[in-house]
Structure formats: C-alpha cells, structure tokens
Design a protein around this ligand. Structure first.
Ligand code: GTP
Ligand code: MG
Length: 445
C-alpha cells in the first residue's frame, strides 16, 4: 500500500540530508523527482503538476530559507498538500437513524460483498446490530457467498432464495430487522461489468425505494485511473455519499486513492486492504499522508491496539516510545500483541521502522517467530540493555539458543538500533503530534 510513492518521495528528499538549505536549484531537482514519483504512482499528471507548484510556492519563501531544518519543512509542506489532496478529514458514515439503511453498489468483482461483511463486522464492534441483506438477484451463488463469509463471524444475513424482486427483498428485510432488533441494514447489490442501463435502473429502483442514509460506491483500486472514471460515470446517475476503495494491498502505487476525492468531490470513507474480515480501515487523510511519508501510522496502530489489547500494556508501550527507551522486551511484547490483531503485512506498515526489520536491505526476512526466538534466547538483562549486545560471546550464545545464524543476529541487532533511531526522530520532530494524539486517546479511555 503506497510503498512505491513512499520509496520515491524518500529518495527525492534525500538531497536535503544534513543541513543543506532550500534554494532554487536543489528544490528544482527535488520537485522534478516528486512530480515524477506522483505520475509513476498513477496520479493524474495535471494534479501532479499543481501539487508540485503548490509545494514550490510554499517552500521558496523567506521563512523556509532561513530555517535550520529544510527537510523537515519540505516534508511538512508535502504532508499538508497530500492531506488536502485527499480531502483533509475523514467524513464518517451516518449511522444515527434507526434503522440506518446503507446501500452498497459497484462494478462486478469490485469487492461489494466482501466490503458489506467487513462493514457489518466493523459496526458490530461499534455496538451496532447490523443486518446484511443479500440483494444480488442475478448471480445464483451470491447468497451463499455472503452467507459463508458472514456466518463465520456470526453476522446475521437476510435472503430470499427464490425472489428476483429487489423491492420485496428489501421490504421483508425490514420486517426481519425489526424482529431481530437490527438497527443497520446493509444492502449488498449485484455488480455488472460496466455501468449500463440495466445496472442503473436496478440501483435507481432500490435507491428511490429504500431512501438510503448512505450510498457507498465500491471500487477496485488496482484499476487505477479507471477506478476514478467509473465513479465519475456512476455519480452522474446517482448521488453517492462516499467511496470505498478495495484491494489496496495489491496496489503499491495508490495514486487513485490519493486523488479520487479531489477529482470526484466525494470522500473516500473506507479502504480495504486484504481479504480477511478485519482488513478494513476508515480513510483518514492525515494518517495516509503519514504513512506515505514513512512515519508509520502510530494512531491507526493504537486504534487497533485499543480494540484488542489491554489498556495497561498500551500505556506502557506509549511511555517507552515517548521516552525513547524502547528495548527488546518491548519489541517482544509488541510482536506478541501485534500477532493477535491481524496479518503481519498490514500491521508492519503501521509501526515506524518495523518494515526495515522485517524486510531489510540484505533481503533477510525475519518472521515474527524468528524474532521472538532471538529475543527469548536473551537474558532479561540483555533485553533491557540492548547496547551490551556487542559482546561476541553473548551473541554466540543467543545464536545457539535461537538456532539463528550469527550473521542474522547481527543484522537484527543493527535493525533494532535503527528502530530506536526512528523512534527518536518521531519523538523529537513532527511525531510529537502523533504521540500527543496517541496519549490523548489513551487517557480519554
Ligand atoms: N486482496 C484483496 N482482495 C479483495 C479485497 N476485497 C475483495 N477482495 C477479493 O475480490 C474478489 C471479489 O470480491 P467480492 O466481494 O465478491 O466482489 P463483488 O463486488 O461482491 O463481486 P460481484 O458480486 O460478483 O459483483 C474476492 O475474491 C475477494 O476476496 C481486498 O481488499 N484485498
Ligand atoms: Mg457480490
């Protein structure tokens, strides 16, 4: 997710390493690279041009020129522009009515059925009582598909096996919802290959009849610019409230997700980044921008953490990060907690520096299990004092204990010291706000 842009932007900003200052020459080079990075990440070239123009205007100013830390300033300017390009704030779905009606539409295979179940799972965690309504009247297997996904997580589904009448299905689902005390009705509709008359007639019929509180259009982000065109054509016929972008896990470029809302004028409300039921995230422009700029996404992590971790442990992790005293004991705890909350790939991008440990330059990939066995082979003192691990005898003992080669132990230790450095930057600079946010979330609870 966004790895491509992340890498390229990082490279483009390298020129500002150390204490170099922003001037017409070095900024020109960087801006050229940023523009190229955006276009290669599938951002529309006009948008890329305007974006770079804005960054330029804000960078070559007196204030910036006199700054001691130009790289930080440029990152902040890019961050602000990215956030504003993505629509500034998340627009929440409106689920205040009882019942709330949510209509899900989109092209064939875009991920409507998967999203509907993920949304239901998500709402259940928010203490709502959702009901999934199988309203795909064209594909015979659609009902079973929804039932199989939903039943795994005990999510209620309403269906009428023999009905081809979408209005009848909706009417009966309302009665069922009221009997079962469900307060959110999620209507999973049929997809078509293209936005044609049959699809629009059917969607319009159910739209006018059900008067949804939320109409969400689901698009596959892997289709890139086509995803934007699809939403554009659809929204000519029907007023959508929000966009859901799916399969971001398979889209390393992410340009469509970044520019969608500014082109369409409608917010992205959710993104989906995997096939599992928990692979759904609320779309927060600030957090995505943080992730793209390689800060990691502590806030998203904390949200997940708070859902499933105990509060004491979360507080402890925060304290350690903020005091820059992150040690192997914490890393072990982190890994053990993280393992509980989903697939490694999704979590990794949320922890600053973690990507470097999992997928380092030397192409050595550690599994969480390997890292665990290395840490478990350390003495408690070593875990709390990573610096003493320069001692070869200690390293050999750890290598024997964990069954991991000495070379790979060395690599891990090196990467760990990188994490500590990253934690330090986060503490010292723009990470302050993230940490503040982190803190306020914990204290409010
Ligand atoms: N990797 C990945 N796969 C996804 C994601 N969302 C959906 N899929 C997969 O995409 C395929 C199509 O998803 P569905 O939810 O059936 O799509 P649909 O829009 O309901 O399809 P139709 O009902 O046939 O129009 C399935 O194999 C899903 O598992 C995602 O975020 N990431
Ligand atoms: Mg479907």
């Amino acid at each position: 997710m966004f790895e491509y842009l992340q890498k390229k932007l990082d490279k483009a900003l390298h020129i500002f390493k150390g204490n170099s200052r922003i001037n017409e020459i070095n900024i020109a080079e960087t801006l050229k690279d940023i523009r190229k990075a955006l276009i290669d990440a599938d951002v529309n070239y006009k948008i890329a041009k305007i974006f770079v123009q804005k960054v330029k205007e804000k960078s070559i100013g007196k204030k910036v020129l006199s700054s001691l830390n130009p790289k930080q300033l440029i990152i902040k300017i890019i961050y602000d522009e990215l956030v504003s390009l993505m629509g500034k704030k998340n627009i929440e779905i409106n689920i205040s009515n009882n019942p709330t009606i949510i209509l899900i539409c989109g092209l064939q295979g875009s991920g409507k059925t998967s999203f509907s179940s993920k949304l239901s799972f998500f709402l259940k965690k928010k203490k709502k009582e959702p009901l999934l309504v199988a309203a795909d009247i064209h594909r015979p297997a659609a009902i079973d598909q929804l039932k199989i996904i939903a039943e795994k997580d005990n999510l209620p589904v309403f269906f009428l096996k023999k009905s081809k009448n979408i209005i009848e299905i909706f009417d009966k689902s309302l009665i069922y919802a009221s009997e079962k005390k469900c307060n959110v009705i999620i209507i999973d509709t049929a997809g078509r290959l293209a936005i044609d008359k049959i699809m629009m007639d059917e969607i319009q019929k159910i739209y006018q009849y059900s008067k949804p509180d939320e109409t969400l259009f689901v698009v596959d982000s892997m289709t890139g610019q086509d995803a934007i065109n699809t939403v554009q054509s659809f929204s000519k016929f029907l007023n959508i409230d929000g966009i859901v972008m799916t399969k971001l896990d398979g889209d390393s470029r992410g340009g469509a997700a970044i520019t969608m809302s500014s082109i369409i004028g409608k917010p992205i409300k959710f993104i989906s980044n995997g096939e599992k039921i928990e692979n759904l995230e609320i779309f927060y422009p600030e957090r995505i921008a943080n992730r793209i700029l390689g800060m990691g996404d502590i806030v998203s992590l904390v949200e997940k953490v708070q859902e499933q971790f105990d509060e004491e442990k979360t507080k402890k992790i925060y304290k350690k990060i903020s005091k820059n005293r992150f040690d192997f004991e914490d890393l072990l705890e982190h890994i053990q907690q993280v393992k509980k909350i989903g697939s490694i790939k999704n979590i990794v991008s949320m922890i600053p520096g973690m990507e470097k440990i999992i997928d380092n330059k030397n192409k050595k990939k550690y599994s969480f299990k390997e890292i665990e066995s290395i840490i478990l082979s350390m003495t408690p003192y070593e875990r709390n004092h990573p610096k003493i691990l320069t001692d070869i005898k200690r390293k050999k003992r750890i290598s024997n204990g964990s069954g991991i080669s000495l070379k790979n132990i060395d690599l891990l230790l090196k990467q760990f010291s990188n994490i500590s450095k990253i934690m330090k930057t986060i503490k010292d600079h723009s990470g302050k706000d993230i940490i503040k946010n982190f803190l306020s979330k914990i204290i409010n609870k």
